[in-house]
Design a protein around this ligand. Structure first.
Ligand code: B12
Ligand code: SF4
Ligand code: SF4
Length: 361
């Protein structure tokens, strides 16, 4: 049995590595300025419709409300930077974009099993004395904040946690525990004078360095938002059908990031640059089949069709028209409205191109 915090931490770190986590660190539970910034973010309503972000705000700002006498937050990071193109590279004129994190199996399922094993090991090493809870994404824990204090990286101006050696394409998994461990040192903020993410965001969702307005963020709009997309935001969404990688794809810290060979996160067929025509033809059964155990299932077929219609309208390619046309008769009013919009985008642009050609003849 390991009682000494240092020995215990070292054993946990070794086990985390064996479980496939490339990053490991421990933060001491304490009041840090980011907790107040999170509350300011909620007070300003920047979480849009994500009510769960506001509902648990007390717990989210205080791990001791999650685990009694919580002393430590163990944070593990898992690389998902698979060998495939960036969203900023050129693609077929009828292709959409699914964010890199959603190309393979759902990380919630993959990492939950591994962080549970790490937690069980902690309990075993302390002869059952350590109490705690483990989470991947969905718990009332500010994972990036504790990730920063656990030494995994700094929260960049794009609001992602960035590691000096691994960039930001990594997931987080955490254990909140009452066990005493040895604590890591947070790294300095290495964004410097760079503003590439802020400049590249097509919807100006990064309203200032380190501050994201979820309502404008393509990731929020395509994954979390359930209703129609306000028209002024549609153009900026480009060809994104699920999530968005732009503010990470332009980040200098991701340019030389190591590649992940994790089998679960390797791109499934058709997930990189998916053809919009195929997505627009999907019914419930194809959707269930194609996105089984994938993060994409979160948007549901309805959300994905809505997003694919916007992407098709933005790509303005006439070859997509027949697929959109059929959705103009869809039973769901929201889908019909987005299909109508997409048709208008394509026909207006085709007409404009013809007129332009005529003028120049
Ligand atoms: C809600 C949520 C979202 C929302 C809101 C995003 C956000 N920035 O918070 C939406 C749906 C938009 C989203 C998108 C994405 N998400 Co998300 N998301 C979460 C979730 C559930 C909570 C995040 C949270 O607490 N936000 C609250 C706000 C207040 O935090 P914040 O914006 O980071 O603000 C902090 C700092 O910027 C700082 N700050 C604020 N103001 C100021 C001012 C100054 C001067 C300074 C210095 C600092 C500062 O303090 C704030 C408080 O901590 C976490 C999982 C979890 N439980 O933590 C995953 C999580 C953050 N998401 C993740 C991922 C992968 C994504 C996407 C990349 C997916 C995609 N490709 O589409 C995008 C990235 C978009 C982006 N630029 O952030 C990963 C991030 C891993 C990493 N390396 O950073 C997480 C950790 C999930 C996981 N377990 O791996 N997500
Ligand atoms: S994920 Fe996309 S929309 Fe959201 S802040 Fe980053 S670049 Fe902007
Ligand atoms: S693009 Fe530049 S400013 Fe934005 S997160 Fe990366 S280093 Fe920081």
């Amino acid at each position: 049995m390991a009682r000494d915090p240092k020995a215990l931490t070292q054993k946990l770190q070794r086990r985390a590595r064996e479980l496939g986590f490339e990053l490991f660190g421990v933060a001491a539970v304490q009041d840090v300025p980011e907790l107040a910034r999170y509350r300011e973010w909620i007070d300003a309503g920047l979480q849009a419709d994500m009510q769960y972000m506001a509902r648990n705000s007390e717990k989210r700002s205080n791990p001791a409300l999650v685990v009694e006498k919580a002393r430590s937050v163990i944070v593990c990071g898992k690389n998902y930077h698979t060998r495939a193109p960036l969203s900023t590279e050129s693609a077929s004129p009828t292709a959409g974009w699914i964010a890199r994190y959603a190309w393979g199996d759902d990380y919630h399922d993959v990492l939950k099993q591994r962080i549970r094993k790490l937690y069980e090991y902690l309990v075993e090493l302390t002869d059952g004395r350590a109490q705690g809870r483990y989470y991947v994404d969905t718990g009332p824990v500010l994972e990036k904040v504790w990730g920063q204090y656990a030494g995994l990286g700094w929260i960049g101006k794009n609001t992602c946690l960035i590691n000096q050696h691994m960039g930001s394409f990594f997931f987080l998994a955490v254990i909140v525990t009452d066990a005493e461990l040895t604590y890591s040192t947070p790294p300095p903020d290495r964004c410097g004078t760079c503003t590439r993410c802020i400049d590249a965001c097509p919807t100006q969702a990064i309203i200032g360095p380190y501050v994201l307005d979820a309502e404008k963020c393509i990731s929020y709009l395509t994954i979390e938002h359930r209703d129609g997309i306000p028209e002024p935001l549609r153009e900026g969404m480009g060809r994104h059908v699920f999530g968005c990688d732009i503010c990470q794809d332009v980040c200098p810290w991701n340019q030389k990031a190591p590649v992940s060979l994790e089998p679960a996160f390797q791109p499934r067929s058709g997930s990189v640059n998916p053809e919009l025509g195929e997505l627009l033809q999907m019914d419930q059964e194809n959707f269930r089949e194609r996105f089984r155990k994938s993060p994409v299932k979160r948007s549901k077929l309805r959300g994905l069709l809505r997003n694919a219609l916007i992407a098709a309208g933005n790509r303005q390619h006439p070859a997509l028209l027949p697929h959109i046309e059929s959705l103009r008769r869809h039973p769901d009013e929201m889908i019909r409205e987005h299909a109508q919009w997409a048709v208008e985008q394509i026909t207006t642009s085709t007409k404009a191109k013809k007129e332009d050609a005529y003028v120049h003849d």
